[in-house]
Ligand binder design. Structure first.
Ligand code: SPQ
Length: 425
C-alpha cells in the first residue's frame, strides 16, 4: 500500500458485519431446525470457511449479497463429510466446530492454512477429552490437523487457564450434546456472543460471574439474525479519526457489547474525543461512533480489560505511538498465538517506521510521540497487522509498503475501499 502523510480525514463509514457473530450465526443456524436468515453477514474469508465446512457436513446454505439462508437440520442433522474439512485461516471455525464434531456419530479430520497449523489446540482438546471426546492432533504437536471421532459426551465443570471465547464456546457447544450440565469458568470473562446467541436459538445458557453453564438440549430453533458492525474493524477508523490531525469520522452501526468494547474505553482514557450516538440495546447493543482528532496520551492497559480488546491491541499500538508519553500493555500473552505472533510483529514493524516499542513477555511498552516515517512492512499474513499499518502509514512521512496487503480479506474485504472513500483534506 502506498500512502502519503495526509492533513485530515472526513466522512462516514458503515462497518461490515461482526466476524465472531457471523461465524456463530452460521454454526447455530446449521444446528437449528428450520431456515435461519442472516442479514449483514460478514463476507470475509474466515466466515466463508465456516460456510464451506457446514456445507461439507450436509447443510444447504444459500449465500446472496443481501442475506444468508441456512437450512438447518437440527442438532442431530449433520452428516459425515467426504473429505478433510478446511478451516482456512480461522481459529474460531477450527475451535468451535471441534466442539460440535466431538459429539457427532462419525469421524472427521479438519485442518487449515500454515498459520492455523501452528495455533494451540490443546486448550480445546483437553476439556473436550474430559467430556469423553476422542480428539487427536494428527502430527502429535497439539495443533491441527485434528482427527475427531464423535462420542457420547458427559457434562463437566471446567476451569480454563485462558480467557478465551473460542475455548468457552467449543465446550458449550459440546455441552449441548452432553448427558448433564456443562460449565466453563474463565479467569476473566471473554466475549459472550455464543451465550447470547445460543439462548436466542432456544438453548439454556446461564452466566454467573465468570462461569457459563449450559444444559443439554433436544434441539435448537431457526432464527432471524441481524449482525451488527464489527467493533474490531471499526477500531481502525477510530484510530484514524483520533490520530490524523483535522479529522472527523462517523462510524455507523458498530456492535458495542461490553465484552468487546475495550477499544472505546482505551480511546477515552487516552484523551480521545469519541462520542457514542444512536445507541440501541435490543439484543447485541450497537451505536454510531463519532471520533475527532485528539491529543492522545499514553496509559497502562492491563487486567480484566484485555480480553475486551485483544484483537485491537495492534491498532492500539499505533495509537500509542502517536500519543504523548508511555503506554504499557500487560497481561496480553495471548497475542503470541494469534494469526501471527502479534507482539514480535508489532515490535519489528513499528520500530521500522521510527517508533520506539519494546516487546515484553505479556505485552509491549511504547514510548509515544516519535515521528513516524514510511517503511516496508511485512503483514506476516495477518489481517490485523496489515490494517494497523495502513493507518500508521497515514501518520508517516513518505511512502509505506505493506507486504501481503490483501490479507485484509480475512475479516474486512472492503477495508481499503472504505478507507479511500473518506474525504482527504
Ligand atoms: O478466529 P481467529 O483466527 O482466532 O481470529 C481472531 C482475530 O484477530 O480476528 C484472533 F486472532 O479473533 C478471535 C479472538 O481473538 C475471535 C474470537 C471469537 O470469535 O470467539 C475470540 C478471540 O480468540 P480467543 O482465542 O481469545 O477466544
Amino acid at each position: 500500500m502506498n500512502t502519503q502523510k495526509i492533513k485530515g480525514l472526513r466522512g462516514e463509514v458503515t462497518i461490515p458485519g461482526d466476524k465472531s457473530i457471523s461465524h456463530r450465526a452460521v454454526m447455530f443456524g446449521a444446528l437449528a431446525k428450520g431456515t435461519t436468515e442472516v442479514r449483514n453477514f460478514l463476507q470475509g474469508a474466515d466466515c466463508l470457511s465456516t460456510i464451506e465446512c457446514f456445507r461439507s457436513l450436509g447443510i444447504e446454505i444459500e449465500n446472496t449479497p443481501e442475506k444468508i439462508l441456512i437450512h438447518g437440520k437440527g442438532l442431530h442433522g449433520l452428516s459425515a463429510p467426504s473429505d478433510i474439512l478446511d478451516t482456512g485461516n480461522s481459529g474460531t471455525t477450527t475451535r468451535l466446530i471441534s466442539g460440535i464434531l466431538s459429539a457427532q456419530p462419525f469421524e472427521t479430520t479438519l485442518t487449515g492454512d500454515a498459520s492455523i497449523q501452528k495455533r494451540p489446540m490443546k486448550r480445546i482438546m483437553e476439556p473436550l477429552s474430559m467430556m469423553g471426546a476422542d480428539i487427536v492432533s494428527v502430527n502429535g504437536n497439539d495443533c491441527a490437523p485434528l482427527r475427531i471421532n464423535g462420542k457420547p459426551l458427559h457434562g463437566i465443570n471446567y476451569s480454563s487457564k485462558v480467557a478465551s471465547a473460542q475455548v468457552k464456546s467449543a465446550i458449550l457447544l459440546a455441552g449441548l450434546y452432553a448427558d448433564g450440565e456443562t460449565s466453563v469458568t474463565e479467569p476473566v470473562i471473554s466475549r459472550n456472543h455464543s451465550e447470547i446467541m445460543l439462548n436466542y436459538f432456544g438453548a439454556e445458557v446461564h452466566t454467573t460471574g465468570n462461569t457459563a453453564t449450559i444444559k443439554p438440549q433436544p434441539n435448537l430453533t431457526a432464527q432471524y439474525v441481524n449482525v451488527p458492525g464489527d467493533i474490531s474493524s471499526a477500531a481502525y477508523f477510530i484510530a484514524a479519526g483520533l490520530c490524523v490531525p483535522n479529522s472527523e469520522i462517523l462510524i455507523k452501526n458498530v456492535g458495542i457489547n461490553p465484552t468487546r468494547d475495550g477499544i472505546i474505553k482505551v480511546a477515552l482514557a487516552m484523551g480521545g474525543n469519541l462520542t457514542l450516538l444512536n445507541e440501541n440495546h435490543d439484543g447485541e447493543p450497537t451505536a454510531d461512533i463519532l471520533v475527532k482528532s485528539s491529543n492522545l496520551h499514553g496509559i497502562t492497559i492491563e487486567g480484566d480489560i484485555i480480553p475486551t480488546l485483544i484483537d485491537e491491541l495492534p491498532i492500539i499500538n499505533i495509537m500509542a505511538a502517536a500519543a504523548d508519553g508511555t503506554t504499557i500493555i500487560k497481561d496480553a500473552a495471548e497475542l503470541k498465538v494469534k494469526e501471527s505472533n502479534r507482539i514480535d510483529v508489532m515490535v519489528e514493524n513499528l520500530n521500522a517506521m521510527g517508533a520506539s516499542i519494546t516487546g515484553t513477555d505479556d505485552g509491549m511498552i511504547i514510548e509515544g510521540g516519535k515521528p513516524l516515517h514510511g517503511a516496508v512492512i511485512d503483514s506476516y499474513a495477518d489481517h490485523r497487522i496489515a490494517m494497523s499499518f495502513a493507518i500508521a502509514a497515514l501518520l508517516a512521512d513518505d511512502e509505506t509498503i505493506i507486504k501481503g496487503r490483501d490479507v485484509v480479506n480475512i475479516s474486512y474485504p472492503t477495508f481499503y475501499e472504505d478507507l479511500s472513500k473518506l474525504q482527504v483534506i
